[in-house]
Design a protein around this ligand. Structure first.
Ligand code: B1M
Length: 209
């Protein structure tokens, strides 16, 4: 009998259908957010290490990312969005992965969690130039911007985006996150806040409202 793969293994070896099945069965005993933080993120971190060590290569990295996305789709459906009249005025947040960076799994997780906590999220996508961020902030009168960067090479791009944004929209508050960031780097890019994960972004954004 073939043994069933657990979620972490399914992501590491890059099997979409297995990842989907494992997520569905995990949901019977665990909360969606716990599955994200305790299974999906550690699995992808391990994949990153294997890639860095050249134990796996880009095609496998891509397969793992696809498996993680599949797992997350299942979780997204499970997270119920309860609309409540108390939250008629939803605070607005713009989210973007900075210019030059195409990693968007983390940003997408932040988006779903924030929406669950009644924020209205303007998702600007990945590889986003600073002009596009500024345009969205002005157009929708947004006060909170969340920027994501995953690579050492795109930390500079994050700093440039924040500098341009602060000139064009001085009242805006910027939260930064992404695997490459640390509190020190967040200070270096002159962000207002550093969020280590999706829940921390919610806690910070709630204080800003
Ligand atoms: Co790439 N990649 N990748 N990759 N990839 C990394 C980042 C890397 C660390 C792997 C490694 O070598 N160890 C490395 C960067 C090295 C460095 O600069 N230090 C790397 C590289 C080099 C590359 C390419 C250049 C490879 C190549 O082409 N030769 C290329 C990049 C091209 C580009 O961007 N221009 C590339 C491509 C890819 C894939 C497409 C295959 C895929 C991305 C798919 C996608 O996102 N759609 C991919 C993946 C999956 C990874 C790893 C393995 C996993 C990233 C991830 O999704 N983590 C990664 C290794 C690693 O990170 N350890 C790696 C899970 C995710 C949930 O975490 O995004 O940190 P994270 O989000 C967290 C928090 O950080 C926080 O909340 C989230 C939930 O807790 N957070 C925020 C994130 N954003 C926030 C914003 C906020 C608040 C909180 O604002 C409010």
């Amino acid at each position: 009998e073939v043994e069933k793969l657990d979620l972490k293994q399914a992501i590491i070896v890059g099997l979409k259908e297995e990842a989907k099945k494992a997520t569905t069965s995990k949901l019977k005993e665990r909360k969606a957010l716990e599955i994200v933080e305790e299974e999906i993120v550690p699995a992808l971190n391990q994949v990153g290490t294997l890639y860095e060590e050249q134990t796996i290569f880009l095609p496998q990295l891509i397969k793992s990312a696809e498996a993680a996305k599949k797992a997350f789709e299942v979780l997204q459906q499970a997270m119920t969005k309860e609309e409540s009249s108390i939250h008629a005025q939803k605070p607005k947040v713009a989210l973007a992965t900075v210019y030059g960076d195409i990693h968007d799994i983390g940003k997408n997780i932040v988006k779903v969690i924030m929406e669950n906590y009644h924020f209205e999220v303007y998702d600007l996508g990945k590889d986003v130039p600073s002009e596009k961020v500024i345009e969205a902030v002005k157009k929708h009168d947004i006060r909170i911007v969340g920027l994501s960067a995953l690579m050492t090479t795109t930390v500079g791009s994050m700093k440039e985006t924040i500098a341009a944004l602060k000139v064009a929209c001085p009242e805006v508050k910027v939260i930064v996150g992404g695997a490459v960031l640390t509190p020190d780097l967040a200070e270096f890019v002159e962000a207002d806040y550093y969020a280590k994960d999706a829940m921390e972004s919610v806690r910070i954004a709630e204080k800003l409202c």
